[in-house]
Ligand binder design. Structure first.
Ligand code: SF4
Length: 431
């Protein structure tokens, strides 16, 4: 979502003649768009500002803005501790960024823009065309979260759940397709909680799938509690909807899920997986896991491994618990750090084995790849198959924006390598 937001910030600043540059030393306005999910997010801001100060030691100081969730959560502290920062602007206020920059140009002092003004934000952004021109583009449809998992900062940094109108989203999707997008990834912190005038995510998916030149639709990130039957059926009935679902579970133990306030059980979660597998047999899953959450016993941890093995995730994103300031879990007693680290090492190894075994099954198979760009070296093209695996092929023809059948010849942990084939893909759908 930060990538989407950064692009939209650029669409806005163009209006006041501030354009993107790759050359930091020539910048006269430096915007650092931050994410607060990961550990040490604030330290990274200070580190970046330190580098900027060095760069501009003998030059005129640029305007320095900190945007995003770190600005939202820790803006006051940032401004107090680092005088080089001129202002902070939260993720729901960035539609005001031009006003902020112009005020700073005029030596007025707008310091802290961190209101939750999400409706006004999207109202302002709707009038500005999204200029992103990637083959695979992001489109924010929903923001914020009402779930309040005890470890998570999102409800405090992005605010309550808010869904944009279908009409606005379709207009933006059409713009992206006019710019060349063949795939759109619908974004939301709780994307499947999308609800606008009783229209759900499944309604939106069908609406967008009507755009002829759009070939693929994805969405991220889903919450198990909002995985309704209509969305499951959309995976059967909408052929543009891709069969890779990122469905975070965080833990395989009901005790820990309850302690986290996740609002679902392992059984609820497995039931969703079962239903999805029934409507479309080639569906695959990826997930997020927190290892070593406060109170996690060895038995709880083993249950998480059991769940991972049972589902057979093609990608698992796992981290040891990291206490985020301002969340209810911040003050909980943590488990032994070494235990948590050792569990994570073992967990990652098992997750990698599952992933590698899956990737071995792809060797010799024919997959449909949407090519996104030519690579810097040689006549090589990068794309993704339907399950979001990175695929590289060599070609003398420009493949950008095309979907081709590719026979996978080999692969490593991150990338598959193949050749274009005229043979047809074999995709099996359940009846
Ligand atoms: S549902 Fe997701 S975004 Fe919301 S609080 Fe839980 S982890 Fe955070």
């Amino acid at each position: 979502m930060n990538e989407y937001d950064s692009n939209r910030i650029l669409d806005l600043t163009k209006k006041i003649n501030y354009f993107k540059t790759k050359n930091v030393s020539e910048t006269n306005c430096y915007i650092l768009n931050t994410c607060h999910i990961r550990e040490k997010a604030t330290e990274k801001v200070y580190h970046d500002i330190g580098r900027l100060k060095k760069e501009f030691r003998n030059k005129t100081k640029p305007i320095v803005l900190i945007a995003g969730c770190v600005a939202q959560a820790e803006g006051e502290i940032l401004l107090k501790k680092e005088k080089y920062i001129d202002a902070v602007i939260g993720p729901q206020s960035y539609h005001q960024i031009n006003e902020m920059i112009l005020n700073l140009e005029n030596k007025l002092k707008p310091i802290n823009f961190t209101e939750f003004d999400v409706i006004e934000k999207f109202d302002s952004l709707n009038s500005i065309k999204n200029s992103d021109n990637k083959i695979s583009s992001f489109l924010t449809i929903q923001e914020g979260c009402d779930k309040f998992c005890k470890f998570c900062v999102v409800p405090y940094t992005r605010g309550p759940e808010h869904s944009r109108s279908i009409k606005e989203i379709v207009i933006e999707a059409k713009h992206l397709v006019e710019n060349g997008a063949k795939e759109i990834n619908l974004l939301g912190q709780n994307v499947n909680a999308y609800n606008f005038e009783k229209k759900k995510l499944s309604d939106l998916i069908f609406e967008i799938s009507e755009i002829k030149e759009l070939k693929r639709i994805r969405y991220t990130t889903s919450h198990p509690k909002d995985f309704s039957d209509d969305l499951i059926l959309a995976h059967k009935n909408c052929k543009k909807l891709m069969p890779l679902i990122h469905l975070p579970v965080q833990s395989g133990s009901n005790n820990i899920l309850e302690a986290m306030n996740r609002k679902h059980t392992v059984e609820d979660y497995l039931n969703i997986i079962k239903k999805l597998n029934t409507v479309r047999s080639d569906i695959k899953f990826s997930s997020d896991f927190i290892i070593g959450y406060p109170g996690e016993t060895h038995d709880d941890y083993k249950k998480t491994i059991e769940l991972m093995t049972k589902v057979g995730y093609v990608n698992s994103y796992s981290f040891t618990f990291s206490a985020r300031p301002g969340t209810p879990a911040f003050n909980l007693e943590q488990i032994d750090l070494n235990d948590a680290k050792n569990r994570l090492i073992e967990f990652k190894k098992i997750a990698d084995d599952i992933k590698n075994n899956y990737r071995k099954t792809l060797i010799g198979k024919i997959v449909k790849v949407l090519f996104e760009n030519k690579m810097k070296s040689g006549d090589r093209y990068f794309g993704r198959d339907e399950h979001f695996n990175s695929v590289i092929v060599e070609s003398n023809d420009d493949l950008t924006g095309q979907i081709k059948n590719v026979k996978i010849l080999e692969g490593n942990q991150n990338t598959l390598f193949g050749e274009i084939t005229l043979k047809l893909n074999q995709t099996n759908y359940a009846a």
